[in-house]
Design a binder for this molecule. Structure first.
Ligand SMILES: Cc1ncc(COP(=O)(O)O)c(C=O)c1O
Length: 393
């Protein structure tokens, strides 16, 4: 019906791909970024105890259980981020709710543009639109390891800019923004008085120790303009529990919490208990997930190395994604990634995400998830190789 405001909002292409894939039997999917692991036993056991005690069935405070927020405060302090659990942290329904609630509280008629890097997480543009804003893309520079293009970024900021929203490490490229570049970004945002929303859900999956991760939320002077989100989804293999958190200065959080209340009342209480247990007991398992993702990264990159005439790619140093560029028969500009991915799905029964899902600079690429287990990775890459050998792109 044409009068619905949400007509302009699309289902994320990642989910569209998973939907298409679910209709075809025997598809191997490297599409959606879902960890193959189950939630660690220690978390499940603690949840059973909470259920047994009868404490998990009711709403929590809108901000979340105090004991969860205290645990988050402690975890953040260990990472040199100092936020008061009573007023500066909200437990959210995954990080995406924290992002959307933040955008809804930031965007207004005068300031309705949100700058997103391209490529970056496919759900951001729709979250911006849900909040009544306009996504504005600033392309990353692929040849420099998907670095920020500061000349372009400066051009994109104007009086209507409300915020810059980005993920670090970046999805889909698996790259990490340097501390130096983050400082430059913060300086620009500071001068122009705009918010910076930092989504750091992959920060625990970093494979080569030389690449240092830094968060702008560590800088006390920036706390009024930096809103940071994090999630239990990836690190503890808890995507289905829908639990994450947002933190910032009290001034911002006191606004965001009103949106959070209107949207969801509180994060699921049972999942909040799971999150407490995760932070208390499951770091060993999280470390093991990271070790296995590194092996899977090397495995998938090995397969890509076998197809140098078809793909060029940068080895990701974080997250569980690799973002190869399709170079085969690519003399006349970029390959249409949607057509490439749907053909691959229909003919080879392999689901991947078309690069265009991540913004205009993603066109001509596909995203492969190595969150899936090694059997799936082997099978998908073998099928892809056979298909590509038979096709001209
Ligand atoms: C960069 C990034 N941010 C946020 C999310 C949302 O995760 P969740 O809402 O489960 O925390 C995802 C999920 O894939 C993601 O890749």
């Amino acid at each position: 019906m044409s009068f619905l405001r949400t007509e302009k909002i699309k289902l994320s292409p990642i989910k569209q791909m998973e939907l298409l894939a679910s209709q075809i039997p025997d598809v191997v999917s490297l599409a959606q970024g879902i960890p193959s692991f189950d939630t660690p036993e220690v978390i499940k056991k603690a949840v059973l105890k909470a259920l047994g005690r009868g404490v998990a069935a009711k709403y929590s405070l809108t901000y979340g259980l105090p004991e969860l927020r205290e645990a988050i405060e402690q975890k953040l302090a260990d990472e040199k981020m100092y936020y008061d659990f009573e007023k500066e942290i909200i437990a959210t329904v995954g990080s995406i709710e924290g992002i959307t609630a933040s955008l809804i509280s930031i965007i207004n008629e005068k300031k309705d543009e949100v700058i997103l890097f391209s490529p970056s997480y496919a759900s951001y543009p729709e979250a911006v639109k849900v909040a009544g804003g306009k996504p504005i893309f600033s392309g990353l520079i692929e040849k420099d390891g998907w670095k920020i293009d500061f000349a372009d970024l400066a051009k994109k900021i104007n009086a209507k800019t409300a915020a810059i929203l980005f993920c670090n490490p970046n999805n889909p490229t698996g790259t990490i923004f340097s501390k130096e570049d983050l400082f430059k970004l913060a300086e620009l945002a500071w001068k122009k008085k705009i918010f910076v929303i930092c989504d750091e859900v992959y920060k625990d999956f970093i494979y080569e120790s030389g690449d240092c991760f830094f968060s702008l939320a560590q800088i006390p002077d920036l706390r009024k303009m930096v809103i940071r989100v994090f999630s239990m989804s990836k690190i503890y293999a808890m995507t289905g529990w829908r639990i994450g958190f947002v933190h910032s200065d009290e001034e911002n959080i006191s606004e965001i919490v009103k949106v959070h209340d209107a949207l969801v009342t509180c994060a699921p209480t049972v999942s909040q208990y799971a999150a407490i247990a995760a932070m208390e007991f499951a770091d060993k398992e999280a470390g093991e997930f990271c070790r296995q993702y590194q092996e899977r990264r090397d495995l998938i990159c090995g397969h890509l190395d076998d197809m140098p005439e078809i793909f060029s790619y940068q080895k990701p140093n974080s997250s569980y994604f690799v973002f190869p560029k399709i170079i085969k028969n690519n003399k006349k500009g970029k390959v249409n990634s949607w057509n490439f991915a749907t053909d691959l799905l229909n003919k080879a029964k392999v689901a991947v995400v078309p690069g265009i899902a991540f913004g205009p600079s993603g066109e001509g690429h596909i995203r492969l998830s190595f969150g899936r287990d090694t059997k799936d990775i082997h099978e998908a890459m073998k099928k892809m190789k056979n298909y590509l050998n038979e096709q001209s792109v």
